[in-house]
Design a protein around this ligand. Structure first.
Ligand SMILES: Cc1cc2nc3c(=O)[nH]c(=O)nc-3n(C[C@H](O)[C@H](O)[C@H](O)COP(=O)(O)OP(=O)(O)OC[C@H]3O[C@@H](n4cnc5c(N)ncnc54)[C@H](O)[C@@H]3O)c2cc1C
Length: 284
């Protein structure tokens, strides 16, 4: 049940409104995730949600370069990511991942902040943002601070949109790395069942490279593994064997159910494709 709607024009107004309307205040961006959730159980229980609209905060809708960082406002839409020249130049993998999200309507309305704030492991921007080493600027009554995205997902994801406001997403530019990103969904326009990103970067120590893989999808929060290998061993087959072994081991330690045989096989196929793309020189 929607009991009220507040339009804000600054971050401090959002923080104040979240405090005032606790526990029912919720940030509203594109609404493609939160609005459908107001139906069903919440409607039956008559939970009186108060929507706090952040779309009028001007900084929230811009994409810019700042001191070597690509800075993305949280109310930037998925569509903006696809067509922004800055994103195409500085983080093409993000544009590529954005283009695979939902339908035209969802891409037009859905935002970057809403994707992170949706508290859904299958949110498609999580893996490329983690692969790009994104830092998320957040704000609450204690002020602004920065955290890396993986840490937010681990520690504070439940507070996003309720106590915590995402105020910017920052990506370091000029990263010397090659990437491959692959996503698989069970139905067209459906959410990701499994997504994989592989990153190959030169190590500081000459003669070796760092191999990193991030995997996530429906019910499977992003998990990453990495290894340093001598350059002589830069073969897709050896790298694939190693990554699969590390990911399966990690999956078994954390959540056996989510890395069952079926998903494991899909993961191997996606990893192979992502690895080949990275080996061929896929660029950030
Ligand atoms: C038919 C359909 C298909 C979809 N397909 C996909 C898909 O393929 N891939 C995918 O990833 N997603 C998909 N989605 C989910 C959703 O559309 C996206 O995740 C979208 O990016 C959400 O953005 P939004 O602006 O609409 O979020 P909203 O619905 O406005 O908000 C989502 C959550 O984020 C919080 N939030 C929003 N902004 C902030 C902020 N600045 N700070 C803190 N919290 C914030 C809100 O409080 C809310 O809890 C789909 C949804 C539908 C209905």
């Amino acid at each position: 049940m929607i009991s009220d709607y507040i339009r804000t024009s600054s971050v401090s107004e959002v923080v104040d409104a979240l405090v005032e309307y606790q526990p029912w205040g919720r940030i509203l961006a594109g609404g493609t995730d939160i609005l459908p959730k107001t139906r069903g159980v919440r409607q039956k229980k008559s939970i009186p949600l108060v929507f706090i609209d952040v779309n009028r905060i001007s900084d929230f809708r811009t994409i810019k370069m700042e001191n070597g960082w690509l800075v993305i406002g949280p109310a930037v839409t998925i569509r903006d990511l696809i067509y922004s020249n800055l994103i195409k130049e500085e983080a093409p993998v993000l544009a590529q991942a954005a283009a695979l999200i939902g339908s035209t309507e969802i891409r037009n309305r859905g935002t970057v902040g809403g994707n992170i704030g949706s508290k859904n492991a299958s949110a498609d921007l999580l893996i490329p943002l983690i692969g790009l080493k994104a830092i998320v600027e957040i704000c609450d009554t204690a002020g602004r601070r920065e955290m890396n995205l993986e840490e937010i997902l681990r520690k504070s994801v439940k507070d996003l949109g309720r106590r915590l406001v995402i105020t910017a997403i920052k990506i370091p530019t000029g990263q010397a790395a090659y990437f491959g990103y692959k996503r698989w969904s069970r139905e067209s326009m459906g959410r990701s069942y499994l997504s994989v990103m592989v990153i190959i970067s030169p190590e500081i120590k000459a003669g070796s490279y760092r191999l990193k893989a991030i995997v996530g999808g429906g019910g499977l929060w992003p998990r990453s593994v990495e290894a340093v290998m001598p350059v002589q061993q830069l073969s897709a087959t050896k790298s694939l064997t190693l990554l699969v072994k590390l990911l399966v081991e990690k999956g078994e330690k954390t959540n056996r159910r989510n890395m069952g045989d079926y998903r494991r096989q899909i993961m191997e196929v996606l990893l192979r494709e992502a690895l080949y793309t990275a080996c061929e020189g896929g660029r950030f």
